[in-house]
Write a protein of this length. Sequence first.
Length: 250
Amino acid sequence: MDSYPPPSPPPPAVRPWWRRPVFVVVGVLLVFGGGLLFFGDPSGEPGRVPGEAKGGGRPVGSPSSVAATGTPSVTSTPVGPPRLVGKVLKEAREVAAGAGYDVVTHDASEKNAGQWDADGWKVCFQTAAGQRGGERPVLDLGVVRVDAPCPGADGEEVPWPSMPGVAGADFSKAEEMLEAVGVRKVRPESVYTDVTLPADPSTWRVCFQEPAPGRRIENPQYATAYLKLAPPDAGCPDAPYARLRPEPTS
């Protein structure tokens, strides 16, 4: 028999560290998680980080998302020129200046009167007139006297009223007709030299008038209408200053 001891069994094989079970599991988790971050979540929307709102943008609940949903700022619209038609010229100038406009004026009638007193004129027309010295915009105002009606168009005649025909009407009605066209002063007189006009001639009838019917009345507020009246029980004579009763014979 052999006197040498039997040989020892070979040592068990050692696995590399990267093939050990624990490292394999950790590696799989790292690869899977990194794929989610890079390629998106399982919902199918690419590139979306978990917790991020659909359609891109920042994650739901982040401070920036609150700011994005706030009320948008409103851009102010430039204000156009103020409407000055109908205003007295003095006020129109003040309003225009406050809105950033300069003003030039001209007589809107067929005349060419100067506007020395701003309180005595009113605005009938306004148009843009460019800029003065490349700075403030300018408005050109067509104006007429305060008590005058505006022309139909800039540069036309002022449409002053015509004297109405009041002959045949009683005095109270005649006053109403004259007041309607702006005539404020009415002077009644008896058409007969021998008949005295009463204190209240409202029922007396108009026989003659001055100015004549149809005559153009400029500045009717300053005009005076002269009316010759007859008593209700008497007719009108052929001409004013007649006698109702014949003069007594001697």
